[in-house]
Every structure is written in structure tokens, then in C-alpha cells.
Design a protein around this ligand. Structure first.
Ligand SMILES: Nc1nc2c(ncn2[C@@H]2O[C@H](COP(=O)(O)OP(=O)(O)O)[C@@H](O)[C@H]2O)c(=O)[nH]1
Ligand SMILES: [Mg+2]
Length: 199
């Protein structure tokens, strides 16, 4: 998808008046690289490396039989969400050992999209704590639904993740552009409500 449209959008559309930095975070294998790849209008920048024997027993691949690569520094993409607003998407690697990279990536971000895989909900708690440590960075939660994910009700998930009532939670399929876009727009609307001056 990105390669088909990259020529058209190589440069920011003239109508864009504002750009905003968005962090895309989540545990290992929740679909961050997939989401940025599905939604980006430029060829996404990836820093994937082949997973090696060194990560055996460190990175949990139990639900990810097709995963052979992992992000080591960041994913980067861009999406123009309204004629006047473009988002720069920065995907941070999910594994704890890379979290020092987050601080740099979070600098100047107006909000974060936290991806969650309900099959491995435990991985999400530390990620949400980490976002909350950024002193009120607005965030929304996007549950990336996999074929064998249990169909939890939204309220049950909100409770399990202990989400503040105003924090948006949406279901998504990170492989689908419209679904990824909806999740990002939900975040943008939330940022606009909380910090109208930022966007
Ligand atoms: N079935 C399904 N598979 C997905 C979805 N999102 C990602 N995947 C697959 O799950 C694996 C992990 O995704 P990836 O984007 O690399 O995760 P990351 O570690 O968060 O960047 C990849 O093999 C993807 O193809 C989804 O919504 N549904
Ligand atoms: Mg990745």
C-alpha cells in the first residue's frame, strides 16, 4: 500500500498547516510496525532486524508464528489525517531492553497510541505505566484483534487495563488502513479535547 501511494505523497500536501508527532507504542509483537506500514502515505522507515537465537527465551513468540523480524530502533511514517493536519508516527520498540529509546521518541509528541494484544494483556500494563510516566501525555488504546483473540467486551477490557474513564479504547485491525486510521483519528480527537492548543 505505502509503495503504491508514496510517489503521490512524497511531499506534504500544500494544504497542511500543522504537523504533529504521535508515538505508537505497545508490547512486543502487538502490531506497531504493521499499523504504521498500513497507514503511512510515505514508504515507512523501518529498522527491522532478523530475530536471532539471542532472543530465544527473551522475546515471547508463542502467539506469533509468522514473526521473524523485530524493530530495533523505530518505525517512522506519515499520514495526513485532515487537509490541514499531518501526523508523524514514531513507533517505539516494544521490548523492555529498548525503552531508553522511548524518552527521545516521546520528546515533543502530542499523544500516544498504545496498541494492545488481548492474548498477552500482561505485556500492556508496563507499557501503559510507561506512557503515564510522561506526565500527562494524552493517549488512546487500540486493541489489535487477532483471529484467536478472545472477544472481550470493551468494558471488561477497560477494567482489566484500569483505564481512566476518559481514555478512548477502540478495536482495530492493524493490517487495514481504514482501521488504523480510525484509531489514529480517535487519538487526535482525544488530544484536541484535552489540549486544544496542541492541535
Ligand atoms: N492476524 C493478524 N495479524 C497481525 C495483525 N497485526 C499484526 N499482525 C502480525 O503479527 C505479527 C507482529 O506484528 P508487528 O507489526 O511486527 O508487531 P510489532 O512488534 O508491534 O511491530 C506480524 O507477523 C504481523 O503480520 C492483525 O491485526 N491481525
Ligand atoms: Mg515492530
Amino acid at each position: 500500500m505505502a509503495s503504491e501511494i508514496s510517489d503521490r505523497y512524497k511531499h506534504l500536501p500544500d494544504s497542511v498547516q500543522q504537523v504533529a508527532k504521535i508515538l505508537v507504542v505497545g508490547g512486543f509483537g502487538v502490531g506497531k510496525t504493521t499499523l504504521i506500514g498500513s497507514v503511512s502515505e510515505i514508504e515507512p522507515l523501518r529498522t527491522e532486524e532478523a530475530m536471532t537465537a539471542a532472543s530465544v527465551g527473551v522475546d515471547d513468540l508463542s502467539h506469533l508464528p509468522d514473526k521473524h523480524q523485530t524493530t530495533v530502533a523505530l518505525d517512522f511514517g506519515r499520514i495526513t489525517v485532515t487537509p490541514t493536519l499531518a501526523l508523524y508516527l514514531f513507533g517505539a520498540p516494544g521490548q523492555h531492553r529498548f525503552w531508553n529509546i522511548w524518552d527521545g521518541l516521546a520528546y515533543g509528541a502530542v499523544g500516544a497510541l498504545a496498541l494492545v494484544d488481548t492474548r498477552r494483556l500482561n505485556d500492556s500494563f508496563a507499557v501503559l505505566d510507561q506512557i503515564e510516566s510522561y506526565g500527562g501525555l494524552p493517549f488512546a488504546v487500540a486493541v489489535n484483534v487477532f483471529p484467536d483473540s478472545h472477544p472481550y467486551a470493551t468494558d471488561a477490557l477497560r477494567n482489566a487495563l484500569d483505564l481512566p474513564p476518559h481514555t478512548p479504547l477502540v478495536m482495530c485491525d492493524a493490517r487495514k488502513r481504514t482501521s488504523s486510521l480510525t484509531a489514529l483519528i480517535t487519538l487526535v480527537e482525544h488530544v484536541t479535547e484535552l489540549t486544544p492548543t496542541h492541535l
